[in-house]
Design a binder for this molecule. Structure first.
Ligand SMILES: [Zn+2]
Length: 104
């Protein structure tokens, strides 16, 4: 999963310009996934997650994966999040939010 830098910059800029605040980071979004899918989020938090999913190229895929897991397992706990998927996603998001001076 790779998002090239110009697209990434354009997305961040676009969302900044339309004033979608507070902007939920991918990391926050991923961390809210179980609460979101189980209906544990407050309406404002739920709206923020939905807004993020609309504009994010990656999180919807992750949510779909978790949703499938829930459907198969009947319920979900932190331990039932596919460890591989979570690690890969969190890794990608770390890269996403890396400060420019840290990039090579
Ligand atoms: Zn995202």
């Amino acid at each position: 999963m790779h998002i090239d830098r110009p697209l990434r910059g354009a997305l961040m800029k676009a969302f900044g310009l339309v004033g979608l605040n507070p902007w939920l980071t991918c990391r926050e979004c991923v961390e809210s996934v179980t609460d979101f899918l189980e209906g544990g989020l407050s309406p404002p938090d739920r709206a923020r997650v939905l807004a993020h999913l609309k504009g994010c190229p990656d999180c919807p895929r992750y949510f779909r994966q978790i949703e499938l897991t829930i459907r198969l397992a009947g319920s979900i706990t932190a331990g039932s999040v596919p460890p591989g998927a979570r690690a890969v996603l969190l890794d990608a998001f770390r890269d996403w939010h890396r400060a420019p001076e840290e990039e090579t």
